[in-house]
Design a protein around this ligand. Structure first.
Ligand SMILES: [Zn+2]
Length: 137
């Protein structure tokens, strides 16, 4: 019985959904078991994610993402930080949310400078690493 992972845009969770067959999964319009939302996007396997990592990272516009860090409401910020954390992958995504929340909640603008700088550095370094490993494989 195939199981697929989905990211739910409704509640921000990653959920597993079971299907009777691969064909049933193709035809289905799955709903989130947590919140009932139909806004689910299929999560590809680790293997395929790893292969396309350079592409995924290249699609991240650092300035745009950091721009969203400023002035967004807490609800959309929480969804955004989870989403970007996933796009960045586990290595740099794992503590990303904590860092982003620190930046977001900082009353003192100086508090925001360090996390932003760190994020930018990490994202750019990750892009370079991914591009290098793509070129060598
Ligand atoms: Zn949901």
């Amino acid at each position: 019985m195939p199981t697929y992972e989905y990211d739910c845009a409704g509640c921000g969770r990653r959920v597993d959904i079971f299907f009777r067959s691969a064909a049933a999964a193709q035809d289905a319009t799955p709903e989130c078991p947590q919140c009932g939302s139909a806004s689910l996007s299929r999560v590809m396997s680790k293997f395929r994610q790893a292969r396309s990592e350079a592409d995924r990272l290249a699609a991240i516009d650092v300035d745009q993402e950091l721009g969203r860090l400023r002035g967004s409401d807490p609800g959309s910020f929480a969804r955004w930080s989870r989403q970007l954390g996933r796009e960045l992958g586990e290595d740099i995504g794992s503590d990303f949310r904590e860092m982003a929340e620190r930046a977001y909640s900082g009353d003192d603008p100086v508090e925001r400078v360090d996390p932003e700088h760190t994020l930018r550095y990490r994202i750019e370094k990750r892009k370079a690493d991914a591009a290098a490993s793509d070129a060598s494989s």
